[in-house]
Design a protein around this ligand. Structure first.
Ligand code: FAD
Length: 294
């Protein structure tokens, strides 16, 4: 089912993001995670696409497997980098023939370790080109990525929002944010986006922290602020993974409650292919969610 229709029908909802399992052996445990999180009745689940299109086949096969074995709505991530129109056409036709009708259209990041890579040299330069292409099939609901603190390459947030508006005008039905930890960035972004004429749903992307060191590395790459409050909360647990996970869950609960209290209707979880932390967060906020659903 198209996510654009689901968003029209559901008052509240969650979604889960996965990456394709790296090995054949990893597929069964992966499906267990999917089936555990399925119990929360997500609006949809999405599967990422590796840098430079490196996981095209595994993304597709993972999407097909979830679709075959569950009743979940699925969304495939797709990126411009390294993609040709011919390849995309063939992949999109494959998706159509399997009833996969949701695409997250992204530019993608330059491959790791490649110097002076120009991401705009390909057949699709920016996400907006892919949005346009995918939309031209008249079949897909299309999502785009947005950045509450501005994309790492953007000169400033205002310019980034300007370009985001172009993606929306190209046909995006909804957006999902980059992870953020200070909710004020999300509220500030929404104010500016609405003023700029961006009227599609913008679903906050939530990452319950389990490995603070890795999260900090990724945050500095993608221009996400790690507030002092989190630094302080995590500092005593750098060598104690269980305590760190607990603290990460507590923080994610506070963040989700804040968003829900402030009128957010949908939450998108970066699961990192694990169900435990997300499950704990969802149990903790479920009564709050139910209350808001009445
Ligand atoms: P774009 O919207 O094309 O923007 C890229 C940059 O170009 C921005 O700085 C923007 O301001 C600028 N820009 C846009 N249009 C113009 C223009 N016309 N002229 C000049 N500048 C312009 N990456 C993956 O590889 N695989 C994934 O599965 C994946 N999933 C993601 C899921 C989510 C929810 C998010 C938030 C990100 C994801 N990413 C993924 C990362 C994403 O590919 C990177 O953040 C990438 O650097 C930007 O992608 P974009 O689609 O936002 O690009």
């Amino acid at each position: 089912m198209k996510i654009s229709n689901i968003l029209g029908e559901r008052e509240r909802g969650v979604s889960f993001e996965f990456f394709p399992p790296k090995t054949k052996k990893g597929q069964e445990p992966f499906m267990k995670v999917v089936n555990t999180l399925r119990l929360f009745d997500p609006m949809y689940v999405s599967v990422t696409y590796g840098a430079g299109g490196s996981t095209q086949e595994t993304t597709r096969d993972t999407i097909f497997r979830i679709k075959e074995e569950t009743d979940l709505n699925v969304m495939s991530h797709l990126t411009c980098i390294g993609a040709t129109r011919k390849e995309m056409d063939s992949l999109l036709k494959d998706y159509i023939s399997h009833g996969v009708d949701n695409i997250l259209a992204l530019r993608g990041d330059p491959p790791k370790g490649v110097k002076d890579f120009d991401p705009t040299k390909g057949e699709f330069k920016y996400a907006r080109d892919l949005v346009q292409f995918v939309k031209s099939y008249g079949y897909f609901s299309v999502a785009v990525a947005v950045y509450p603190e501005g994309h790492q390459e953007a000169v400033n947030l205002e310019k980034d929002i300007e370009y985001t508006k172009v993606k929306v005008e190209a046909g995006a039905d909804f957006a999902i944010t980059q992870m953020f930890f200070d909710t004020s960035y999300y509220y500030n972004y929404m104010d500016k986006a609405v003023k700029a004429g961006i009227n599609i749903p913008v679903i906050p992307g939530i990452l319950p922290i389990t490995d603070f060191k890795k999260v900090k590395e990724f945050a500095s790459f993608c221009n996400t602020t790690v507030p002092q409050a989190i630094e302080k909360k995590m500092a005593p647990f750098l060598n104690s993974p269980d305590d760190m996970r607990k603290a990460g869950i507590e923080f994610a609960i506070i963040q989700c409650e804040d968003l829900l209290r402030n009128g957010v209707k949908y939450l998108h979880f970066y699961t990192l292919n694990k169900s435990e932390s997300v499950t704990e967060v969802l149990y903790a906020i479920s009564s709050y969610f139910d209350e808001l659903n009445k």
